[in-house]
Design a binder for this molecule. Structure first.
Ligand SMILES: [Zn+2]
Length: 96
């Protein structure tokens, strides 16, 4: 055992991880897409990661969006009902 480390306060940088509401896998936040519900109730894909509101994370994969939709996990994560056209918009954003 050596006494102390070379640079006193060595900190382990932990990259932020989030769980996909579709497949349930935990991935790096940067690998996921944030879906956000604005205070006005609008559900959109947050490509900047800076929108305010309640957020949920999905893989960059339409299959995960489908799973999240089928299981209603996205709705429960955002605590709101999500209309079909919103899902269609999210899917288009995920593909595009
Ligand atoms: Zn996923």
């Amino acid at each position: 055992m050596s006494k102390g480390s070379p640079n006193g306060n060595e900190r382990i940088k932990k990259k932020p991880e989030r769980r996909c509401v579709g497949c349930g896998e935990t991935k790096l936040k940067t690998e996921l897409v944030r879906i956000v519900r604005s205070p006005e109730g609008e559900v959109t894909v947050d490509l900047t990661g800076k929108k305010s509101g309640r957020g949920a994370y999905l893989c960059h994969d339409p299959a995960c969006l489908k799973k999240a939709r089928k299981s209603r996990r996205l709705e429960s994560a955002l605590s709101c009902a999500i209309p079909d056209e919103v899902y269609a918009g999210l899917e288009a954003d995920l593909i595009g």
